[in-house]
Design a protein around this ligand. Structure first.
Ligand code: URA
Ligand code: CA
Length: 434
């Protein structure tokens, strides 16, 4: 086989065999296929697309390019939840203890934040003492014992994806549905899950801004799961505004605690119940979504989910007294209000602008090597649809340095106030399951 012939094949709109895709991914991983040919290949995929079968072959080839995690020593059906990335998205910290207390094993690998989106690992590290570095044996033991453990990402998974993603970044080929779908699913499959629940975000703060494109991406990922024998469900959820009210690491942990107490924001709570129901059903701990939801609500009202959060934190050396005393979480020195300058209804809170402002305050990383401040962030006081009067607080900056005009301006610009009454945005747009 010659790479040049394979590039031509896709350029002309033809379909690859499994052997051809293996040849491309293996060759790119072991560097017998150079970046310039892979760039042309990615552009051919960008324009010609891939059939569902080819996308599954591609995903499988990427999984086999590196190590895979073996979770077979964990009892039960391991269901992983993955979000395509949003602003203020605290669902993992709510869901992990919540579904675990219903017996669903949560063996989660999470990432750190980059750019305008946050990462679960950083958020958990705002709990004093919390360690995300566990040996594989310890990780598996904890999941068997408590049904929950969260660790940072292992370096050697899906090397082909790392190379290809960087290449796509500089060749204008990121935005291709088969390439995105295979990239995301390869990482999930390599981490050893038996079933996957995807939270595919749509709107201004999301990677996919248009609903019809988001649906295509969700369908492509569910098809990959089906073709590779992993049950997969995708929930398409709103990211036109940040999720909940808190954006920033410790602030979001506090919000997750509130949610497990049954006192969390409406949208965050609803999204967790929806994602959680799908996780519980896929793990065969309930026979229907309704039954699963009832059990989740019951776990919150009885306090069992909150107790399970304490168990989870303690098992990873964290100080679980933050659950009852959230003031023990890192707190910022300054709190500065951003006020409305006219009366009306909030029609938009542009999520990526808020996410970028939170990053500039210090809650996120501009580059992979930036340091972050776990205490700082933004607390929204209003959400889309709320009525505001001139002078009302729209948001509060939690900062450790004197606030700068650059991000104050950005936060102000993110809030659009209209004279006409505005409805709350829909939270769940669609659910795609096999
Ligand atoms: N996230 C990924 O992991 N891969 C993509 O290609 C796009 C978003
Ligand atoms: Ca939030």
């Amino acid at each position: 086989m010659r790479m040049v012939d394979l590039i031509e094949k896709k350029r002309d709109g033809n379909q690859y065999t499994k052997e051809e895709i293996d040849f491309i991914i293996q060759g790119y991983t072991d560097e017998t296929i150079p970046d310039y040919q892979m760039s042309a290949w990615a552009m051919a995929i960008y324009f010609q697309g891939m059939a569902s079968e080819e996308t599954a072959f591609l995903t499988d080839a990427i999984v086999r390019s590196g190590e895979t995690i073996d979770l077979s020593a964990i009892h039960g059906i391991k269901v992983d939840k993955h979000s395509t990335g949003g602003v203020g998205d605290t669902t993992t910290i709510v869901l992990a203890p919540l579904v675990a207390c219903l017996g669903v094993p949560v063996a989660k690998m999470s990432g750190r934040g980059l750019g305008h989106t946050g990462g679960t690992i950083d958020k958990l590290e705002s709990i004093p003492g919390f360690s995300v570095e566990l040996t594989n044996n310890k990780f598996i033991d904890l999941v068997n014992k408590n049904k929950v453990a969260v660790i940072g990402q292992t370096k050697n998974l899906t090397p082909a994806d790392k190379k290809l993603y960087s290449l796509r970044d500089v060749t204008a080929t990121v935005n291709s549905i088969p390439l995105i779908a295979s990239s995301i699913m390869s990482k999930k499959l390599a981490s050893g899950a038996d079933a996957i629940v995807l939270d595919v975000k749509t709107g201004a703060g999301a990677f996919m801004k248009e609903l019809d494109e988001t649906k295509k991406l969700a369908e492509a990922m569910v098809n990959i799961g089906r073709d590779l024998g992993k049950k997969t469900s995708a929930i398409i959820s709103d990211m036109t505004q940040p999720l909940g009210y808190a954006i920033g690491n410790a602030l979001e942990v506090k919000e997750a605690i509130d949610t497990l107490k049954g006192e969390g924001p409406e949208d965050l709570t609803e999204l967790c119940l929806t994602l959680g129901s799908h996780m519980v059903v896929l793990a065969e701990k309930a026979n229907s979504l309704d039954e699963a939801r009832k059990k989740l609500v019951q776990a919150i009202t009885s306090g069992e989910a909150l107790e399970h959060l304490k168990i989870f934190i303690e098992a990873q050396q964290g100080d679980s007294s933050v659950v009852d005393n959230p003031e023990k979480l890192p707190e910022a020195k300054y709190k500065v209000n951003i006020n409305a300058e006219k009366e009306g209804y909030i029609s938009s809170i542009v999520a990526d602008k808020i996410g970028t402002a939170a990053m500039m305050i210090g809650a996120g990383r501009a580059t992979k090597s930036s340091t972050i401040d776990l205490a700082v962030g933004i607390e929204l006081r209003k959400k889309i649809g709320d009525k505001v009067f001139d002078g009302d607080s729209l948001a509060v900056i939690h900062g450790n340095e004197v606030p700068l005009d650059s991000y104050i301006k950005r936060i102000k610009e993110a809030f659009i106030i209209s004279e006409k009454q505005v409805d709350k945005p829909q939270l769940i747009y669609d659910i795609i399951a096999e």
